[in-house]
Design a protein around this ligand. Structure first.
Ligand code: NA7
Length: 547
């Protein structure tokens, strides 16, 4: 019998480096969480970030055409007036490199980098009952402990690469849009297949079509999209925005979805056909999310009202796309408008008028396999040099569940969420003390302009941590009954809308086998903020605080 070399004993928990808080992720959420916890509360904070740079979503999503769907002047931080006044966006909808530059600037300006460990993925986190600390491990084997653990992992970070037979034998190159190579992809002279027509595919298709020899778009579900109408931001426009920033921010916080549009109260059914058509035409010309959020108040909860918008967009598709058969294939019919995340585009439907672009309906004839030379559907084989998967993400839960998170008695978050995510306010999970989730499932998050939701969460979490510490306490945990109540409320809110009618990633329907639960809270950011504020002013009602 040979003797095994004895394993090096691991240091006891007490010997590990200790922080007041560990933050996972250095995107929009993680950067602000670090600033707030370190520079406002004075805590000792460590941030771990899997990417080799800061930026989160905007670090990873470098695919052609990647840009923000919210307008730059309000898709930004509001916490620093100096930052607001010194930064100028070049256009209405900034491209990914510019947003990344902005986040890098924020990291520099507030001296955040010194507390961020890049290229370091958190692999596990377990709560130690004896010390009341989280022990956090990284993929490089580092172990640290922290009183508070803050997840800033993002809602759309775990890439969904479909399992298609033969992908490993493909002779060309393939990419997922959320893991795009940093030095880009040269499409010149290439036959490119694009799988997926969500927001990403819709942004990428026109840009790839302009560069590639041929583009074949594999469409499973036709989508509704509205023109973005991007344009440069002139100095006068900037001067106006800057002088009104407080008022703009105030408005974003007061609306349901975090956009500074004046809320509309009218129903689509309360105006004449002519007036309705004129309103849609105007919004189509203006471009952007205003079509959904600034047209009528009932598009997401009244089928008849929704039909008017859906039919208007279908009319536009028929008008723009010259080949009537292609136009017909592009018509969205499986879900009401806005019930899947509504994309906005630059020349998406126009792209199908190009000679070098083909649209393949893979709902009618699904993809059977990837062959060494291309993609084979039930009907035909399409020869390809490059495949681009714009197939989305394991949204809202995927990035958190990739980490082995275990509460006091070793129960894992994956077990707890096996039937779908359960949280209290999208901020905490019963059974996982001192763990906070920024824009977690059960909060408005992806249904809103994200930076506004992120700031609200980070501020609520840091105020909560300060409260716990000031009171001389060490532990805060959501109560199971408060969590149950909130989960019921979130489900009820969703069931009163049309959002349950789409096979969307909001519901987890894009991931085979994922339990279907409507994950974001549809009650609106303004009311949600009031609920969170009331919970804290009532002494953190629904949470148990202890020492
Ligand atoms: P989305 O919105 O999830 O879109 C993914 C697209 O890929 C969508 O058209 C899917 O069709 C399609 N898809 C997904 N899996 C497959 C498989 N297995 N075969 C064929 N087609 C598939 O992701 P995006 O990246 O576009 O957008 C994500 C968010 O990022 C976006 O909403 C913004 O918030 C920013 P389906 O509709 O499921 O039939």
């Amino acid at each position: 019998m040979s003797s095994q070399p004895s394993a090096k004993p691991e240091p006891a928990q007490a010997a590990l480096p200790r922080f007041d808080a560990v933050v996972i992720g250095a995107g929009f959420s993680g950067l602000y969480a670090l600033y707030r916890l370190r520079d406002v509360l004075g805590l000792d904070v460590r941030v771990y970030e899997a990417g080799d740079g800061v930026g989160g979503t905007w670090y990873w999503n470098r695919y052609p055409g990647a840009r923000c769907d919210s307008e730059s002047y309000y898709y930004s931080y509001s916490f620093s007036e100096e930052l607001e006044q010194e930064w100028e966006w070049t256009s209405k909808y900034p491209e990914q490199p510019e947003i990344l530059r902005y986040l890098e600037h924020v990291a520099e300006r507030f001296d955040l980098r010194r507390d961020i460990r890049l290229g370091t993925r958190v692999s596990s986190a377990s709560f130690d009952e004896a010390s009341g600390d989280w022990e956090v491990r990284t993929d490089g084997g580092a172990r640290v402990r922290a009183r508070f653990l803050v997840s800033a992992v993002g809602c759309l970070s775990a890439a969904n690469v479909p399992e298609i037979d033969g992908l490993d034998r493909f002779g060309g190159d393939w990419y997922h849009t959320g893991r795009w190579p940093h030095d880009g992809v040269d499409f010149a002279g290439k036959r490119v297949g694009l799988v997926g027509t969500g927001s990403t595919g819709i942004q990428a298709a026109p840009v790839i079509a302009a560069q590639a020899d041929r583009l074949t778009v594999f469409q499973r579900t036709p989508n509704f999209t509205v023109p973005a109408r991007d344009a440069p931001l002139a100095p006068e426009a900037w001067a106006e925005i800057k002088s009104n920033y407080r008022e703009i921010r105030h408005r974003t916080r007061a609306t349901r979805s975090g956009f500074p549009y004046i809320p509309v109260e009218r129903s689509a059914l309360d105006v004449s056909d002519r007036e309705r058509q004129a309103i849609y035409e105007q919004l189509w010309e203006d471009g952007g999310f205003k079509f959904l959020w600034g047209s009528f108040s009932d598009l997401l909860n009244n089928q008849q009202a929704n039909n008017t918008a859906a039919e208007f967009i279908r009319g536009k598709i028929r008008e723009i796309v010259r080949d009537p058969e292609v136009a017909e294939r592009l018509l969205p019919t499986t879900h009401p408008y806005g019930t899947k995340r509504p994309p906005i585009d630059t020349d998406y439907y126009e792209t199908f008028n190009r000679e070098n672009v083909e649209l393949v309906d893979i709902r009618r004839s699904p993809i059977v396999e990837v062959t060494p030379g291309g993609i084979r559907t039930g009907d035909a084989e399409y020869p390809l040099d490059v495949i681009v998967f714009a197939t989305g993400f394991d949204a809202m839960t995927g990035s958190l569940l990739r980490i082995d998170i275990r509460g006091p008695r070793g129960r894992s978050l994956a077990e707890k969420w096996a039937e779908g995510p359960k949280t209290y306010l999208g901020l905490q999970v019963a059974g996982f003390p001192n763990l906070f989730t920024i824009t977690g499932p059960g909060s408005p998050s992806v249904l809103t302009n994200m930076p506004v939701s992120i700031e609200q969460h980070v501020e609520w979490i840091s105020d909560c941590i300060e409260h716990v510490r000031r009171a001389g306490l060490t532990r805060i945990e959501a109560l199971p009954e408060a969590e149950e109540r909130w989960v019921r409320h979130v489900n009820r809110a969703a069931s009163q809308t049309l959002l349950m009618q789409a096979e969307s990633w909001y519901l987890g329907a894009n991931i085979p086998g994922k339990t279907r639960v409507f994950m974001p809270y549809v009650g609106g950011l303004s009311d949600y903020r009031k609920i969170c504020d009331k919970v804290s002013s009532d002494g953190y009602e629904g949470f148990e605080l202890s020492a």
